[in-house]
Design a protein around this ligand. Structure first.
Ligand code: BTN
Length: 256
């Protein structure tokens, strides 16, 4: 399906492939991108995802008709590998802003890219980059959004748009809003100053400048305050000893 929409003076043409079911839209799109010459900004949307993948090898829970599971293919020119965190930041910001526009209250971004509504996770992002030398050739950006779910077995930290607002949402409408904002955000990357993207991202960072409890790789808890992120996407935490330490994704867990 090709969807055209006119936003003042700009025509956006998107390639959207809708599947009844697949194991993972990321895996599907990854194979498609390898085997064919895909148009930039192709999106795979699945009604049912049978083996949804999350960060750190986790599984992603979704429910047919109640949640959104899709992946977007985005090509880049001249985006250095060292700046790949810009992709995660722009996608997180696009989703956060789409949630604001839909009237979902208390939206924040939990580092690196969980979307929270009133401290509950309503969306997750799994980005897989394909590199060419020192540059990102393209990204497969997988997005899961909990839209109308009311219960999450064994996931006490999960929420949904419906749980946040007591309203039902049209999943198709939420999807259209998200896709447009995501590509708009990604297309801004080459023209935007990296520090400007980082500033906007840090403004929405969950628990920024608040005392919180973290756990290191040895399972040892420590108190600290999130001060921001490094250019490489590491989390910067000021410890009780007033030292600024940087952590990669697998090196720290937020207990809060
Ligand atoms: C996370 O762990 O927070 C990331 C979850 C990402 C889930 C989405 S759903 C669509 C796409 N396909 C997948 O297999 N995963 C991503």
């Amino acid at each position: 399906m090709r969807l055209k929409s006119v936003i003042p003076n700009i025509i956006i043409v998107l390639n959207i492939i809708k599947l009844n079911a697949t194991d993972s839209t990321n895996t599907y799109l990854k194979h498609l991108a390898k085997e064919t010459s895909l148009p930039d900004e192709t999106v795979i949307l699945a009604e049912r995802q049978l083996a949804g993948r999350g960060q750190m090898g986790n599984t992603w829970f979704s429910q047919q008709g109640l949640s959104l599971t899709f992946s977007a293919y985005k090509e880049f020119r001249g985006l250095e590998v060292g700046k790949q965190f810009a992709v995660a930041m722009e996608v997180s910001l696009a989703i956060a802003e789409a949630m604001d526009a839909l009237g979902i209250p208390e939206i924040s971004i939990k580092w690196p890219n969980d979307i929270l509504a009133d401290r509950k996770k309503i969306g997750g992002i799994l980005i897989e980059n394909v590199l060419e030398g020192h540059f990102i050739k393209y990204s497969i950006i997988g997005i899961g959004i909990n839209v109308n779910q009311l219960s999450f077995p064994h996931l006490p930290q999960a929420g949904s748009l419906k749980l946040s607002t007591d309203k039902d949402f049209d999943t198709e409408e939420v999807f259209q809003i998200l896709v447009k904002r995501i590509f708009k955000g990604l297309n801004r990357i080459p023209d935007k100053d990296f520090s400007e993207i980082k500033r906007r991202y840090e403004e929405r960072l969950f628990l920024k400048d608040q005392i919180a409890i973290f756990e290191n790789t040895q399972g040892k808890p420590f108190n600290g305050e999130i001060r921001g992120v490094s250019d490489r996407g590491e989390l910067l935490i000021e410890t009780e000893k007033k030292q600024l330490q940087s952590f990669q994704f697998k090196e720290v867990k937020m207990i809060y």
